[in-house]
Design a protein around this ligand. Structure first.
Ligand code: FUB
Length: 456
C-alpha cells in the first residue's frame, strides 16, 4: 500500500512538473491580465509586480506586453510603457496598476491607471508602442486614492466606445470617437455612477456588518451574442471573480454569480480578462504560484472554457496544467525569438537595441517551446547570442532531460553587445515535439540569447 501511495505521489509530482503551463509567464511577475485580440493575434497587456517589493505594498512601475497565435507559446515584447518615462507629468514611479489596450482605426489606446492620480490614456501606432500621452493629464481623476483604478474599454458594434472602471463601485464614461475624451452631457460632468444594488452585483456584507454588493474592483467589459458582460473581482478580500450581464451597455446589470472562487495559490487579489479566439473561449486571471510569489508578486494564468448554451459562464477552476493543446504548430525553420516561451526556469528577459532577448542564463536553466513541427527532419540548428564567458545550448525534445538532438557551443563574442550566430549539426528530428533549450556552463551568467532557427 505504502509503495502504491508513493508511486501515485511520484506520478502526480512528475506529471504536474512535466505539464505545468500556469503561470503562463515565468520571467517576470505579471498581474491584472488584459488580453486584446487584433490582427489574428492575442496581445496580452499586464501590470508588473517588481521582484523586490517596497514597503510591503504593490510595487509596480511599468506595463508589459506579450503575444501569441497558439495560446501556449508567448513572445515577450518587454515593458511597453512606464509611469516614469511615459506619464512624466505625474512625477511618480510607483502606481502602474491594471491596464487595458484597445485598437481603433489602426491606433492602439492604452488606458493606464496611476494609483492615487486618476486614469490616463496613451496612444501608439503599433501594439508594442512607443506609446505617447496626448493629453498630458488624466482622462478621469476624482482625486480619490482608490476610486480611479482598473479601466476597461469596449467598442460596441455601432462604434460607440465605453470605459468602465473603479473600486469599490463602478463608474463609466461614453468615450468620444477620438478615444481620449468623453461625452460630458451625461452623469456628473460625463461620469456615470452605476447603481450598486444586490440585483446587479450580488448581496454581501462588510466586516463591520454593513450591507454591500459583491463587486470590489477590476471590471472587464465586453459583449458576446448581443449580451453585455461585466466581469469583476468580487466577494471581498481574498477576491473571487464574479459577473453580471445586461442587454444594454449601460445596464441595468443582473448579477449572475461567481466564475472563479477562492483557491489555494490564488493571491488576495484576482483580476480577470476574457476573450474568444479562433473559436475558443479563454479566461485570464492571476495567482501567486511562482517561486517567491505572493500577494504583491503575482503571475498571469490562463484557462480555456466553454460558455453554457444560454450565455452564462461556468465555474472555472484554476489549474497548473492550463491550456492543453496548442492552436497551431510552430515552424522551426523560421527565425523564432528566444523570448517566445511556453515555460522557462531561471532566466529573465531584457530589452536592448536589438529588441527583447533572454538573459540571466545560468547552468541548468532552460526554455521550453511547445508543439514544434520539424516535419521531415532538421539537420542544423543556429542560435544568435552574445557572450563573454561562453556556454552550451543542449537541444532536447519532449522533456528537459529528453533526447539530446544536438549541442550548440556559444563562445566569447568579443563583448556583451556583440551578437554572433552559432551553428551545430543536429540528429535528424522529425514530426511534432516540445523543444527544450537547456543551458550548460560553469561560469555564472553564460550568455544572452536573441533568436534561433533550424534548417533542413
Ligand atoms: O494590481 C494592482 C491592483 O490589484 C489592481 O488594480 C486590482 O485590480 C488588483 O488586482
Amino acid at each position: 500500500m505504502r509503495v502504491q501511495i508513493l508511486l501515485i505521489f511520484s506520478f502526480v509530482l512528475i506529471f504536474s512538473t512535466v505539464t505545468a503551463q500556469n503561470p503562463i509567464i515565468q520571467t517576470y511577475f505579471t498581474a491584472d491580465p488584459a488580453p486584446m485580440v487584433c490582427n489574428d493575434t492575442v496581445y496580452l497587456y499586464t501590470s508588473h509586480d517588481e521582484d523586490n517589493t517596497v514597503d510591503n505594498f504593490f510595487t509596480m512601475y511599468d506595463w508589459r506586453c506579450y503575444s501569441t497565435t497558439d495560446m501556449v507559446n508567448w513572445t515577450d515584447h518587454g515593458a511597453v510603457a512606464s509611469l516614469e518615462k511615459d506619464v512624466a507629468w505625474v512625477n511618480k514611479k510607483n502606481g502602474a496598476w491594471a491596464v487595458q489596450c484597445i485598437e481603433r482605426n489602426g491606433k492602439y489606446y492604452l488606458y493606464v491607471p496611476i494609483h492615487g492620480a486618476g486614469i490616463s490614456v496613451l496612444v501608439a501606432d503599433s501594439p508594442y508602442g512607443p506609446f505617447k500621452e496626448p493629453l498630458g493629464k488624466q482622462l478621469v481623476d476624482s482625486e480619490d486614492l482608490w476610486k480611479d483604478i482598473d479601466p476597461t474599454v469596449f467598442i460596441d458594434d455601432d462604434g460607440q466606445a465605453w470605459m468602465y472602471w473603479g473600486n469599490p463601485s463602478v463608474w463609466y464614461v461614453k468615450l468620444n470617437e477620438d478615444m481620449i475624451s468623453y461625452d460630458k452631457s451625461i452623469g456628473k460632468n460625463g461620469i456615470v455612477a452605476v447603481d450598486m444594488v444586490p440585483e446587479s452585483f450580488g448581496k454581501s456584507v462588510r466586516k463591520d456588518g454593513t450591507p454591500c454588493t459583491k463587486y470590489v474592483e477590476g471590471p472587464w467589459f465586453y459583449k458576446r451574442n448581443n449580451l453585455y458582460y461585466l466581469i469583476y473581482a468580487a466577494n471581498g478580500v481574498p477576491e473571487s471573480i464574479g459577473y453580471s450581464t445586461s442587454t444594454s451597455p449601460t445596464g441595468p446589470w443582473k448579477y449572475q454569480g461567481l466564475i472563479m472562487e477562492r483557491y489555494p495559490k490564488l493571491s488576495f487579489t484576482n483580476h480577470a480578462g476574457i476573450i474568444d479566439y479562433k473559436g475558443n473561449s479563454y479566461f485570464f486571471y492571476h495567482n501567486e504560484a511562482l517561486p517567491n510569489g505572493g500577494g504583491f508578486r503575482r503571475s498571469t494564468c490562463l484557462e480555456q472554457f466553454e460558455y453554457n448554451a444560454d450565455g452564462t459562464i461556468p465555474s472555472i477552476i484554476p489549474t497548473e496544467e492550463g491550456i492543453k493543446t496548442s492552436l497551431e504548430n510552430l515552424n522551426p525553420y523560421k527565425r523564432t525569438e528566444a523570448e517566445t516561451i511556453a515555460w522557462s526556469e531561471g532566466v529573465k528577459t531584457e530589452s536592448g537595441s536589438n529588441g527583447v532577448y533572454v538573459t540571466k542564463i545560468n547552468n541548468g536553466d532552460y526554455l521550453k517551446i511547445r508543439s514544434v513541427d520539424f516535419a521531415k527532419g532538421a539537420k542544423k540548428f543556429e542560435a544568435t547570442a552574445t557572450s563573454v564567458t561562453g556556454g552550451k545550448i543542449e537541444v532536447r525534445v519532449d522533456a528537459k532531460d529528453g533526447a539530446l538532438v544536438g549541442v550548440c557551443e556559444i563562445t566569447n563574442t568579443g563583448g556583451a553587445d556583440v551578437w554572433k550566430t552559432f551553428t551545430t549539426n543536429v540528429n535528424k528530428v522529425k514530426g511534432i515535439h516540445d523543444l527544450y533549450f537547456v543551458f550548460v556552463g560553469n561560469n555564472g551568467e553564460l550568455f544572452n540569447f536573441d533568436y534561433w532557427k533550424f534548417s533542413k
